[in-house]
Design a protein around this ligand. Sequence first.
Ligand code: ATP
Ligand code: MG
Length: 871
Amino acid sequence: MKSKDIRAKFLNFFKGKEHLIVPSAPMVVKNDPTLMFVNSGMAPFKEYFLGNAVPKQNRIADTQKCLRVSGKHNDLEEVGYDTYHHTLFEMLGNWSFGDYFKKEAIAWAWELLTKEYGIDKDMLYVTVFEGSDDDDKLEMDNEAFDIWKQYIDEDRILKGNKKDNFWEMGEQGPCGPCSEIHVDIRSAEEKAKVNGRDLVNMDHPQVVEIWNLVFMQYNRKANGSLEVLPNKHIDTGMGFERLCMVLQGVQSNYDTDVFTPIIREIETITSSKYGEDEKIDVAIRVISDHVRAVAFSIADGQLPSNTGAGYVIRRILRRAIRYSFTFLNQKEPFIYKLADTLGNQMGEAFPEIKSQERLIENVIKEEEQSFLRTLDQGLLLLDKVIENTTSKTVDGSRAFELYDTYGFPLDLTQLIAREKGYEVDEAGFDSEMQKQKDRSRNASATETSDWVILREDDTEEFIGYDTLTADVKLTRYRKVVSKKDGDQYQLVFNLTPFYPEGGGQVGDKGLIEVPNGDIVYITDTKKENNLIIHITKQLPSHLEDTFKAVVNDEHRRLSASNHTATHLLHQALRTILGTHVEQKGSLVKPKSLRFDFSHFSKVDADQLQQIEDFVNARIRENLPLEEQRNIPMQKALDEGAIALFGEKYGDSVRAIRFGQSMELCGGTHVKQTGDVWHFKIKSESAIASGIRRIEAITNVAVGEYFENVDKQYEAVKQVLKNPAEPVKALQNLQEENASLKKQIEALLKDKAKNLKGDLKNEITDVNGIQYLAKKVDLDAKGIKDLCFELGNQSNNLFLLFGADNNGKAILSCYISKELVASNGLNAGTIVRELGKFIQGGGGGQPFFATAGGKNPAGIEEALKASEDYLK
Ligand code: ATP
Ligand code: MG
């Protein structure tokens, strides 16, 4: 069965069991400090399990893009070395939110695997949770055990410990016991030798877990304790690539049609062969896996960068480059070329991979180029380090420096060092690494307490589109302590006018008034999962009272102005540059806006002017805001609304229209475009290959900007003595300046000529050598020219010139080459020694050398002292 049919069969099966089929959520997580990437199928549904939001239907199924490269689930180091862990993989899942539970979940999993997919039940083993006698004191999952017994022989049901059979998403959050399904794909011969039962959960590459059925019934709190969830849920996850391995009768995920087209392409491009040499195989698996992770991330809007999620992606790509550099001997970028094959392979299920192919290629290529350059520099540095190593061991701190500044991982340093017969001090490296980790942990450590719940029943409502003030009640709060920000409180209200940071727009600021007259300032508003969190330095008194919440209206008004301008800019870019322009990032603040977009060349001055004019024309038209708050996603798209990749939209969306500009957007906007006043582009630049950035201002900031420009202009005019045509006046000045420079050069030449004549007469004879030591009024270059001109006319000359150049002393010594040879005089040594008179030093060649110093008063003495060298 082809992989795409396997995927379709899964979704159809659960559709038949009344599940709603939904598309994969974006892989990059926003608004959740505990998670960077979706690491399991349940992550996008977390809020449903926690009861912070209500799902549209209580049975859902999907295939979810997952990435396991950081945090609690991190498989990165396995990838490439085994045949069944990936960084990015698809997790097929079915969910029950407070609906069916263990009985149905187990029955359907069994039906799908054995009947629909036709897996022989003698290949299957299942596990159930055995209970725990630690602090959690959990009982064995007898319920699951009894259900499984109806389907499978008891000796194929294994009891498992907490590590394998109690599933937790992270340090906090929903969790519960689970039943895993394992498949034994070994040959009959192998099976006869060792019972499959003994290989379950033993990291055997042919006895692998394919499906995990999680019975969600607890929430793990920040203090580590478990609380029982109000409703019981089902969360299942089946590794799609592993399922394909089983159904396609191959021994490795990499031998399924999910991977073979990419692997064939790598073989062709790099002239290597998969399946002959383990080292090369690892490299090929790493590259074929990592290119998927990076491409999906870029398509979801997360580009490689130096911080956060972007840095994780950069490191994944660099790992692939390293393996291709070291084991496939690739010194030129090539991974980007795989984007095409990947697009053809995955484009049907994930259209973003195909539609963003060019961007993916560009970004990967640029990353490859720059990291290959870094590797080259690192190699040179490593050579130097080895050259200067007296023992046969490379210092741990040097190895760490290579890692830290050049991205040279220890194993690569070791590999290269070993080739040259050196070892690396690994303990030293580890200790430097630990030190760095401690430093960054200390800098970013935060401690978040559990929520204190004051009111359970209210779900928080955002009313800030319509009003900036409201009477609110606190429903929950918690304390957050961090080194960086000190003590803070996070407040959640039953309703709020405060806009939480999102869609590029910064969060509202403002205050709340407590009935006793106290005022508590809200410094920022953020969204976390489904909660709107108000950040303060101070917990209000009278927690049970009604407070008056007041948004800072200036902050909001200017943010709205920039947000509306951002939409108009987006429209202008798509109109003037073309519809290939896609938003890749945006930051909307009160003072300015920033917009990143895909476009493959510089936007020239003429285009920028057109863009600015286009936006200002829309502002002049004073187009009214047309807001549709709850329209079906499809209807909005049909009306021409622009949606962004990597954004998580619900089924009903908010659409914002100003004339022909229509976008799905949750942000705040002005009532009519005229309220933006004016739009001014401040800069246009590249932030990555194929991604441009425009920074602009609107509203009062434009006024301030022009006022400033005007002031400077007035100042310039005044300096120029208020000419009628200031530009002309400046040009005249420049021309005058250039002609004066020419005159000065000519005069200086003349002067040097005269000086030469005079000086010739001053040369005296000391011990048979023509000698002159004198202070002159020339710069270093003038002195040098003079020396060589005088020197041309004699082969028995010793010159020492000193000069005071605006308080800086110079001494230059010239000795005819013939004298250097016959008498052993050395100008370099002489100026170095005489340098002490001028409090400086210098050097050069035996026939000409110069010293500089900070004491011109010493020049005369130096000149006098020079005669000694001839005696
Ligand atoms: P394993 O023990 O094999 O690492 P797991 O216990 O981490 O698996 P779960 O967290 O239960 O796996 O995830 C559910 C399913 O997702 C697994 O049964 C497996 O089929 C698949 N899966 C998990 N991790 C990966 C991965 N890194 N690459 C591919 N598939 C995976
Ligand atoms: Mg795992």
